[in-house]
Design a protein around this ligand. Structure first.
Ligand code: NAD
Length: 414
C-alpha cells in the first residue's frame, strides 16, 4: 500500500471512529408513514435496486446522489419525481430521508456506510460490506454502537433454499458436516472479457467527480476505463471473491452457523481474461473453520457448464443446492435444493426437495426499518462473509495461507 494511501486509510479510520460517537435519533414511523429512501451510487446494481425500492409498498424514493451525470440522468428518467444530487453528503443532510441504499463501488462502501449511520439513517449496503478487514471492523463497531437497521445486499440470505437448508440441519437429518464444496462458473464469448463494460462517450472528467471516486486513493489523471471497470483492479475491487464468492459463502456460513474462518488459502490467476486486469479469473479457495469444517469455492470465467452451487456433505445426509448455468446475481436459472440421506446412517431416510419460497430482500429491509427488527442479511453476516473474502484475497496476493490473526494485523494492499 502506498504511503499516502496508508495515511488516508488511517485518516479515514479516525473519521470513522469519530462518526461512531454521534447518532441523532430517528423518526418514529407511524402505521401509515412511508419509509423515505435515498440512494448513493446508482449505476448498474443501483438501478436494479431503484426499481425494487420503487416497487416496494410503504417505501418512497426521495433522492439519489451520484458523482456521474449519466447515472443521475438515468435515475431521474426511471423515477422522475426524485431529487438528484452530486454529493452523498448533501443527501445525508436531508431531513426527509429515513433510510439509505448504498450501491457504490466496493472501495467506497465503508465511507458511505459510516457516513450514513453517522447521519442517523438506516442502511442497505451492497455486498461485499467493505473493501478491507480493517474497514469491516470499523463498520461492524459503528453498526453495533448505533440503533440503526442495517441490511447487507446479500439477497440469498432471504432465499427459500437457505430456509430449507437450515430446517434440515436443525431437524438433525444431515448429521455432522465436515466438508462443503461450492463453485461458480461462467463463460465469456471469445474476444469479450468477462465484466468488461464499454466506456460511454459522456464519461469525461467534466461529467465525473473523479476525486470523489478515488476516495483517498493516490491522485492521478482521470481514467475513464478504470472508473467504469473498477471491478478489474485491486485498488477498487476484490475480484470475483467479493463479487460472487461472498454470496455463496454467506449462504453456507448462515446455513451452518459458522464464525469467521480460522484460515484461508487461495490459488489461481489471470488465465483466461488476458486484458490487463489484476483480479484473477480462475480461483480455488479453501476456508478452514474452527468446528471441524472445511469449505472450498472454485470459480472460472471460461466454462459455464456446471453453473453454480453448494454441497453440504454430512454424516447423515447431503444438501445439494444448484443453480443452472447462470449466476447468483441475475437469478435467471432453475434453482433447486435437495436433501439425500446417507443410507449407512439413515437406513429409512427419504430424499427431500425444498419448497420454501424466497422472501423479497428489499421488502424485508423496509419492513425492518418499520419494525426495528434485524433484517435477514444482518451486519454480522455481512461482516463474517467480508472477512472470509478478504482472507482469501490476502492469501492469493501473498501466496501463503492466511490465518484470522494474520488478517487482523496485516495492512491492506491496494
Ligand atoms: N447484490 C448483488 O447481486 C449485486 C449485483 C451487482 C453488483 N453488486 C454490488 O453493487 C455495487 C455497485 O456495482 P455496480 O455494478 O452497480 O457498479 P457501477 O460502476 O455500475 O455503479 C457504481 C455507481 O456509483 C457511482 N459512484 C462512484 N463513486 C461514487 C461516490 N463517491 N459517491 C456517489 N456515487 C459514486 C458511479 O458513478 C456509478 O453510478 C458493488 O459493490 C457490487 O459488488 C451487487
Amino acid at each position: 500500500m502506498a504511503e499516502n494511501t496508508r495515511r488516508d486509510f488511517i485518516k479515514r479510520g479516525a473519521l470513522g471512529t469519530a462518526a461512531m460517537l454521534v447518532y441523532p435519533p430517528s423518526r418514529v414511523l407511524g402505521a401509515n408513514d412511508r419509509v423515505r429512501v435515498g440512494m448513493i451510487g446508482v449505476g448498474g446494481r443501483g438501478q436494479e435496486l431503484l426499481k425494487q425500492v420503487v416497487g416496494t409498498p410503504n417505501a418512497q424514493l426521495v433522492a439519489i446522489a451520484d458523482i456521474y451525470t449519466r447515472s443521475r440522468d438515468e435515475a431521474k428518467r426511471m423515477a422522475p419525481g426524485i431529487q438528484t444530487l452530486d454529493d452523498h453528503r448533501r443527501l445525508l443532510d436531508m431531513k426527509d430521508i429515513d433510510a439509505v441504499i448504498v450501491a457504490s463501488p466496493l472501495h467506497i462502501h465503508s465511507r458511505h456506510f459510516l457516513d450514513t449511520l453517522a447521519a442517523g439513517k438506516d442502511l442497505y449496503s451492497e455486498k461485499t460490506m467493505t473493501w478491507s478487514v480493517a474497514e469491516a471492523d470499523q463498520c461492524l463497531a459503528a453498526a453495533k454502537n448505533s440503533n440503526r437497521v442495517v441490511q447487507i445486499g446479500l439477497q440469498h440470505e432471504s432465499s427459500g433454499s437457505l430456509a430449507d437448508a437450515r430446517k434440515w440441519i436443525k431437524d438433525g437429518i444431515v448429521g455432522k458436516v465436515t466438508q462443503v464444496e461450492s463453485w461458480m462458473s461462467r463463460n465469456s464469448p471469445h474476444g469479450k472479457g468477462q465484466w468488461v463494460r464499454q466506456v460511454p462517450p459522456d464519461c469525461t472528467a467534466q461529467n465525473v467527480n473523479w476525486k470523489a471516486f478515488l476516495n483517498g486513493r493516490p491522485d492521478r489523471e482521470f481514467d475513464p476505463f478504470k472508473f467504469i471497470n473498477w471491478r478489474l483492479y485491486w485498488e477498487f475491487s476484490g475480484g470475483n471473491v467479493t463479487e460472487n464468492m461472498v454470496h455463496q459463502i454467506a449462504w453456507i456460513m448462515t446455513a451452518l452457523d459458522l464464525p469467521e474462518p480460522s484460515a484461508a488459502f487461495m490459488s489461481g490467476g489471470v488465465f483466461s481474461e488476458k486484458d490487463g486486469r489484476q483480479v484473477p479469473d480462475t480461483i480455488v479457495v479453501t476456508l478452514e473453520y474452527p468446528a471441524d469444517t472445511v469449505v472450498t469455492w472454485q470459480s472460472t470465467f471460461s466454462n459455464s457448464h456446471y453453473g453454480l452451487g453448494e454441497r453440504l456433505l454430512g454424516s447423515d445426509g447431503t444438501i445439494e443446492h444448484i443453480s443452472g448455468a447462470t449466476d447468483m446475481v441475475t437469478g435467471r436459472s432453475a434453482e433447486g435444493i435437495r436433501y439425500y440421506p446417507e443410507s449407512v446412517n439413515r437406513h429409512n431416510g427419504t430424499a427431500l426437495t425444498g419448497e420454501t419460497p424466497n422472501q423479497n430482500h428489499m421488502a424485508n429491509w423496509i419492513e425492518c426499518v418499520r419494525s426495528r427488527k434485524t433484517p435477514n442479511a444482518s451486519v454480522e453476516i455481512g461482516y463474517r462473509s467480508a472477512i472470509a473474502a478478504h482472507m482469501a484475497n490476502m492469501s492469493y496476493r501473498r501466496k501463503q495461507r492466511v490465518t484470522l490473526e494474520m488478517a487482523k494485523t496485516l495492512q491492506p494492499e491496494s
